[in-house]
Design a protein around this ligand. Structure first.
Ligand code: HEM
Length: 146
């Protein structure tokens, strides 16, 4: 079977290029940017910020599954059994999947040419909080030993 060799090569490439720590920055920047743009756009009735909110969320919804996938491939032995990393693993996977749902919701808002509603903004702010927790847990694992 060639599959284990391919997987080992991909894991090696992800470890060497440090792809997960690179991609996390996109997720961590795009999600809050989108939500902030939507909130300000709604308040100031600003079309360009509303468009920015859509495009940044769309990018986040495409990139975050890669962020999560590289996280799985970046997993190291010393991450096993660490509570924070167990939460990080499943919270990150859930965020990546749920972001697609948030993006579909946002697409409906875009198609109806409305401003982001209070319900959408409340859920989107919860996403920002979840991404902040996620980043804190990952960073704690990387930097706690320093
Ligand atoms: C929304 C998705 C995710 C975000 C925003 C995220 C964020 C982060 C951040 C900020 C770090 C610290 C990186 C650094 O500064 O070097 C990190 C490290 C890490 N993350 Fe994630 N992560 C996500 C998903 C995942 C998933 C799904 C997994 C595993 C299944 C995972 C596994 C790891 C591992 C193994 C590390 C390195 C820990 C170590 O050095 O021991 N991540 N992550």
């Amino acid at each position: 079977m060639i599959l284990p060799y391919i997987l080992a090569a991909v894991r090696e490439a992800v470890a060497v290029t440090k792809l997960h720590p690179i991609l996390v920055n996109f997720t961590a920047a795009l999600v809050p940017t989108s939500v902030a743009c939507d909130a300000i756009a709604r308040w100031r009735r600003h079309d360009q910020l509303r468009a920015t909110a859509w495009w940044t969320l769309l990018l986040a919804a495409w990139i975050t599954p890669l962020t999560a996938a590289t996280g799985w491939l970046f997993w190291m032995d010393d991450d096993d059994g660490v509570l924070g990393m167990t939460i990080h693993r499943w919270l990150g996977t859930a965020i990546a999947m749920a972001l697609v749902g948030l993006c579909l919701w946002r697409r409906r808002i875009r198609r109806s040419e409305q401003w982001a509603g209070i319900a959408y903004l409340a859920v989107a702010i919860a996403f920002v909080a979840a991404v902040a927790v996620q980043g804190t847990l990952g960073g704690r694992q990387v930097f706690s030993g320093m």
